[in-house]
Design a protein around this ligand. Sequence first.
Ligand SMILES: Cc1cc2nc3c(=O)[nH]c(=O)nc-3n(C[C@H](O)[C@H](O)[C@H](O)COP(=O)(O)O)c2cc1C
Length: 109
Amino acid sequence: MTENLIRLTYVSTFQPDITDTNIDDLVAKAASFNQAQGITGVLAIDKDRVCQILEGPKDHVERLFRSIQSDRRHHTVTEIDTRPIDTKSFEAWGMVRRDMIDIVIHALA
Ligand SMILES: Cc1cc2nc3c(=O)[nH]c(=O)nc-3n(C[C@H](O)[C@H](O)[C@H](O)COP(=O)(O)O)c2cc1C
């Protein structure tokens, strides 16, 4: 049976009181939850700006995104692209924290 996979990309802005430790905690929790849900992707951070790519089964990704949208640690959550996919592009990355430039390099590779 083929999985109903999607890739969802959004941008947002961290609240000013967020710290590096908060972000590391968030990423560690996200990594284990996502792995259990078959969700991979990347969380790219540039100062207070966030760009996250989530890929995995449609219902899992949509449910997680609803939770992310209501998370008060960031604001102005703006979905910029959602599309069906045949294969995951970020499978090998798990859910890791990266600099913004890494996404650009990966996209152009
Ligand atoms: C920028 C940002 C990215 C997040 N990414 C994820 C993620 O990839 N996976 C995850 O489980 N939680 C992620 N979270 C945390 C979720 O918003 C939420 O706290 C988590 O799903 C637990 O939700 P619950 O408290 O409703 O159970 C992220 C939060 C923020 C602010």
